[in-house]
Write a protein that binds this ligand. Sequence first.
Ligand SMILES: [Zn+2]
Length: 455
Amino acid sequence: MPPMRITLFTSIVAVLLIAPQSLPAASAEYRAGVATTVITPTEPIWIGGYGHRKEPADGKIHDLHAKVLVLEGPGGYQVALLTLDTENVPRAFADGVAADLADHFGFKREQVVVSCSHTHCGPALASADAKIIYPMNAEQYAATERYTHSLRRQLLETTAQALADLTPAELSVGVGQCGFGVNRRNNKEVEAGKEGFVPVGPVDHDVPVLRVMSEGRMKAVLFGYACHCTTLDFQKWCGDWAGFAKFAIEQKHPGTTALFMTGCGADTNPLPRRKLELAEKYGRQLAESVEKVLAEPMQPVRGRLNARFRHVDLAFESLPSRDALEQKAEQDNPYQQRWAKYLLARLADGPLSPTYAYPVQAIRLGNHVVMVIMGGEVVVDYSLRLKKELGPGTIVFAYSNDVCAYMPSERVLKEGGYEGRDAMVYYGHPSAWAPGLEDKIVNTVHELVRELRKD
Ligand SMILES: [Zn+2]
């Protein structure tokens, strides 16, 4: 029996002896609160994801949401998980939200997770790189800024509601499987769906599920999947398969709030795709995987809640010279042009930084579960490696706190291509990452988890 159990057991006995009436339900060491807000833009603003769109959104399939789950562990330590139906979480936005939660509720940075589903039918948020990838005019960008600003205010209000909603809760964790994610570097989209198609390449088909029971009912369920939320590329607001999965779970369990977080799906696509019925089908499949986990015995969460947050300085391969940027700024490719102009403007303020501070977060959920939460669009190699090295009870999420770039593994960096190097332009970075980033990131995760397990 671990020491914490003895302490808990001893204190329960002590409370029983002193004041039996005030004893909470025996296993409710935790409290949980949840709140939801609709974030569907009311103005026709630009949709996030894909550089080829020429116009803002022109309608919706269903509403987009932000959902906040606050967990409170023994001793009152709290963590707020903010999950959004957006394509991106820029650093300035996430840090702004975390600062609001610090000012109003005293949260430290490590206690706040700001995460997106990466739906490519969700609003683009204002950021420097938004101006590189999307051909927005000044008026359209101003609308995006207005939306981003009001979303930040909404998240503060929704977190306040989740905090006001805290009730004793029993948490448990399980893992299911779902198969629609296909490695998009190793398979051709045109082949997918054809008879006899057998996808190849690494994928992570795990469906981590955190169930929150309170007052005899399922109050919330947080689940994840490692795949791009890119079945659809039309002009309507839609949560894509992640949105449909949440709706399906909530329909089956009235009164439950379903929250979604994305895993390391940067090199995984839902294939075949491009049809609304496929997004609905994948959503149903994922919801069924979650239901299967809920129907089986799950691992109860007992013990301490704690969190850590750290930046890792990751080096770029090289820094372009002013001359090189001036030449690129004259080129025909509009992305290269906007990228070069963006970097030239930054150069006017001083030399470019040779490194980027990449965020990694870890949450200890009791004695057996650790959630690793990574920034950026992280390729599947990271979750497969981290789960192997950290062992059972490890849940890995990405697309949180600062979706700053694609995060290739050493393998993908060497192979190159879109996730390996080409996408760095869209995120406004001076070059590809320098080799060595995988070990730096993984070592930092190990450091955080070691610290949390020692607590
Ligand atoms: Zn992406």
